[in-house]
Design a protein around this ligand. Structure first.
Ligand code: PMP
Length: 446
């Protein structure tokens, strides 16, 4: 089967949890908190039980209830080539035969580091360190920035999500926002004292925070295109302004490209917008669907890491050979095929179709999109930051989500998430989605 065909076993369309998924969720709740290993999977924000996934192929996931759904979650970003890309699967299968983990230096890690450094502008001529999750990447990059500058404070944006390290769970987006837990229990007040906040896309606000603590700020960390308050692009001049400000003040500028890296361009958002940070965090696509992430950047900063320098960071499974094989195969395909124009065109087609559906239904609706990341907000007017995103009608979103799922379309169960396309999303698949969207918007409009 080609990666873009609908898996043929299934003819049902309604993707809402059927008997089998509900049964599994009941069992899961007994042994896994909330039944899930990551909170937003539980469908809390939109209600009902989630469909359980049996397998994934191309642009589709197949549920335990026997329904093939068009998938716009893409395992939350990694699946840019579509699910189960044959070249990636082949690379993984080959790697598996040589052993699952070495915990020692291996040739594949060198090739992989060279490839990653060559693709991402801020890593060119610099260095990269592999870790296992986006959370580890951001946490480690910030420790490194603090070690390098000898300063303690960091700035993050309101509604930005950088994983679940204690000191980053302040005004956090994504699942934390969705569940109304932008902070969290279990984080001592002392730990978050050094985390300063600014509204996203507001350069003057960041400047003001810097002015208050002129010599104490180690780093500014930002999603250059936000995905975790829904998709929110940078305002013109914003990233450039942050670059200028941080350079002036000796602050390490960190782009969290866990979502945008290798997705918006080969070199991520920094390539697309032409702004080069000091350090970059990578995740999701870099591991090709396996647990692998990375952080890297300027040589003089990266050389502060142990065993070269005094900043400690380690990992038993870091640079794991299977994850490296999957990541390597994925990045090589992206480098070879550069599918970015195609992804952009398909996502534009989809976003336009959804806007037309909302317009036809007379619903206030704002569509944000950068390349193959998109979010439709159920509100009128621009969405430039988390405050704007929070002005969306969440009841309408819930109805929309359910109506789309009923029509075979699997979207993230939260207004505060981005949707993703893959190269397996053909025009026919996008048009099928738009047809469903027309009906779903009519349902939302009542
Ligand atoms: N940073 C960003 C921008 C993210 O979107 C995410 C996860 N969605 C993370 C960090 C954390 O990555 P992980 O879930 O792999 O720990």
């Amino acid at each position: 089967m080609s990666t873009s065909e609908t898996p043929s076993v299934e003819t049902k369309i309604d993707g809402r949890a059927g008997e089998r998924s509900r049964e599994l969720m009941g069992a899961a709740r007994q042994v896994i908190p909330g039944g899930v290993n990551s909170p937003v999977r539980a469908f809390g924000p939109v209600g009902g039980d989630p469909p359980f996934v049996r397998k994934a192929q191309g642009a589709h996931i197949v549920t335990e209830d026997g329904v093939a759904l068009i998938d716009y979650v893409g395992t939350w970003g990694p699946a840019i080539l579509g699910h189960a890309n044959p070249e990636v699967i082949d690379a993984v299968q080959k790697a598996v035969r040589d052993g699952l983990s070495f915990g020692a230096a291996s040739a594949g890690e060198v090739d992989f580091a060279e490839l990653v450094c060559s693709m991402v502008p801020s890593l060119q001529g610099g260095m990269v360190r592999m870790v296992n999750s986006g959370t580890e990447a951001t946490m480690s990059a910030l420790r490194l920035a603090r070690g390098y500058t000898g300063r303690d404070k960091i700035i993050k944006m309101d509604g930005g999500y950088h994983g679940h390290a204690d000191f980053l769970l302040v005004a956090a987006g994504s699942g934390a926002a969705t569940l109304g837990l932008p902070g969290t229990a279990g984080v001592p007040a002392d730990v978050v004292k050094q985390t300063l906040l600014a509204p996203h896309n507001d350069l003057d606000a960041v400047r003001a925070v810097v002015e208050q603590h002129p010599d104490d700020i180690a780093a500014i960390i930002i999603e250059p295109v936000c995905g975790n308050m829904g998709c929110v692009p940078p305002q013109p001049g914003y990233l450039e302004g942050l670059r200028e400000l941080t350079a002036e003040r000796g602050i390490v500028l960190i782009f969290d490209e866990v979502m945008t890296g290798f997705r918006l361009a080969k070199g991520g958002a920094q390539e697309l917008f032409g702004v080069t940070p000091d350090l970059t965090c990578l995740g999701k696509i870099v591991g090709g669907g396996l647990p692998c992430a990375a952080y890297g950047g300027k040589r003089e900063i990266m050389e502060q890491l142990a065993p070269l320098g005094p900043v400690y960071q380690a990992g038993t499974l870091s640079g794991n050979p299977i994850a490296v094989a999957a990541g390597m195969a994925t990045l090589k395909i992206l480098e070879r095929d550069a599918p970015y124009a195609q992804l952009d065109a398909m996502t534009e087609r989809l976003a336009r179709g959804i806007v037309e559906a909302a317009d036809a239904a007379g619903l206030p609706f704002t569509s944000n999109r950068v390349g193959s990341m998109f979010t439709g907000f159920f509100r009128s007017g621009e969405v430039r930051n988390y405050e704007d995103a929070k002005g969306s009608d969440l009841e309408q979103f819930t109805t929309w989500h359910g109506a789309m799922l009923e029509r075979g379309i699997y979207l993230a169960p939260s207004q505060f998430e981005a949707g993703f396309l893959s190269v397996a999303h053909t025009e026919a698949i996008v048009d099928q989605t738009v047809a469903a969207a027309k009906e779903a918007m009519a349902v939302v409009a009542g």
